[in-house]
Design a protein around this ligand. Structure first.
Ligand code: SDX
Length: 428
């Protein structure tokens, strides 16, 4: 309930707006009364708008703090398995040993996909971007599970969440294999989640003894955790808006994948590697930075709508980067170049004045490249990991009554005018 009120005075009339406090972060002002006053709020880009209440993730952008169900992201990334974090996002707490065993078993039992789905891949050119494939194939999954598409049925919602988290690695690996003209690898359920993904990505039918390097497996699982959820970001908000129409969860997740693809969002990890390739060497950094300051280009992997301090995920990602490159004995000049960019950016007034720090995407690509994953697969991996966050928000929305999301607008177009025949129209 509202603890106190704000007063809006407009056209000489006062309107009381309830102020509602959360457990952490800014309180919100409920603005429904604006409608009574004949006004709408105006907030392009949702700079100061909370369209939902949620208990899943909290971000303090000023402190650079990220909590999933209250647990700090660095503690989760360094101590939990990704599937434990996925469980917590969905159910509200980390699983006990019995819950963990049951959830992991359920995921293992649903990693396979209907064999007909292979035919969806054959419709794409081999050089199709894997994100184009994922948008299509994930949305198409709803055609294979007619018996569990009643979004008002809690059991249907739960089995769908399991299916999506379980099948995303399989579909992601299939999109990679398809691009290489290699045979799809069936999931191996004796492997853990990250091992199975790496197996389906890199093993071939003859690799009967394939087992990924433990350091790489741990790094992959940590990367999944670092991308699992992030409050009401653009793709999660897309999933919620699609879900508010009653659309089936596969369609909602496909909408989230489409939104994530943009270079300002999840597509940034791919753009970081392209940027590092374009810069080439540390000698070219000063010239590149001038292009950034003149706004010709953005420093990809830097900046964030919420973090005005270090993105805590970037710090864990950098530690993981050092671990993986060290374990693999890789001396990647791109890491040296990225560190030079970061050092300069953190000292340069242009970036300091705008609170621009490395975000989750700045170092992730260097690790993924070291693991042998092509740049085009980076955002696919982001979408794989974010599926647990997206579906936890979708489930949270369905756990209580909700209304269809229907924003309004500030209209600045033509006033009413009558139809004009083509022969009477002005010729420009
Ligand atoms: C993700 O929302 C989430 O939580 C997203 C995410 C998640 O987990 O879901 O964290 C994942 O999307 C991380 C962000 C990945 N994107 C990039 O790395 C692309 C590069 N970053 C920018 O495009 C930008 O920083 C955004 C999109 C991330 C944030 O943009 P905002 O909040 O709208 O900020 P802005 O564009 O208003 O920038 C404020 C100022 C501007 O300067 P002025 O024109 O006002 O002088 O900072 C500048 C911008 O030009 N700026 C940058 C910059 N980012 C912002 N200048 C150069 N390089 C950049 N990267």
């Amino acid at each position: 309930m509202a603890d106190n009120q704000a007063t809006l005075t407009v056209d000489g009339k006062d309107y009381q707006l309830p102020i509602i406090e959360g457990t952490l972060g800014p309180s919100v002002i409920e603005v429904a009364a604006f409608q009574k006053a004949g006004y709408w709020t105006y907030d392009p880009g949702f700079m100061a708008t909370a369209p939902v209440e949620s208990k899943i993730t909290f971000i303090d952008g000023g402190k650079g703090e990220l909590l999933h169900r209250g647990y700090p992201i660095d503690q989760l990334a360094n101590n939990a398995e990704y599937l434990e974090v996925a469980y917590a996002l969905i159910h509200g707490d980390l699983p006990n040993s019995e819950q963990k065993a049951d959830f992991f078993k359920k995921i293992r039992e649903h990693t396979g996909v209907h064999d007909q789905l292979r035919k969806f891949f054959e419709g794409f050119r081999r050089d199709a971007h894997p994100m184009a494939i994922m948008v299509g194939v994930v949305g198409a999954l709803s055609a294979f599970y007619h018996e569990h598409l009643d979004v008002s049925n809690e059991e249907h919602r739960e089995i769908t969440a399991i299916r999506l988290i379980a099948k995303m690695p399989t579909l992601a690996a299939m999109s990679y294999k398809y691009s290489r003209g290699e045979p799809f690898m069936y999931p191996r359920n004796d492997f853990n989640y990250a091992e199975n993904f790496l197996y389906m990505m890199f093993a071939t039918p003859g690799d009967v003894d394939y087992k990924p390097n433990d350091v790489i497996t741990r790094a992959m699982d940590k990367i999944f955790t670092l991308h699992a959820d992030h409050e009401q970001n653009a793709s999660t908000s897309t999933v919620r808006l699609a879900g508010s129409t009653g659309a089936n969860p596969y369609a909602c997740i496909a909408a989230g994948i489409a939104a994530l693809w943009g270079p300002s969002h999840g597509g940034a990890n791919e753009a970081v590697l392209e940027m590092l390739d374009e810069i080439g060497s540390v000698e070219n950094v000063p010239e590149f930075m001038e292009k950034v300051k003149s706004r010709e280009v953005k420093l990809m992997g830097f900046g964030h709508r919420v973090y005005k301090n270090f993105d805590p995920r970037a710090q864990v990602m950098k530690e993981t980067c050092d671990e993986v490159l060290g374990a693999l004995g890789i001396n990647d000049p791109k890491l040296e170049l990225a560190m030079a960019l970061e050092k300069i950016a953190l000292e340069d007034p242009f970036f300091v004045e705008r609170n621009l720090y490395p975000n989750v995407d700045f170092y992730s690509g260097i690790i993924l490249k070291a693991i042998g994953i092509p740049t085009s697969m980076f955002t696919v991996i982001f979408s794989l990991a974010r599926t647990s966050g997206w579906i936890s928000h979708w489930l949270e929305m369905h756990s209580a009554p909700f209304k269809i999301g229907r924003p309004r607008q500030l209209y600045t177009g033509e006033t009413r005018r009558d139809f004009v025949k083509v022969e009477d129209r002005k010729q420009k």
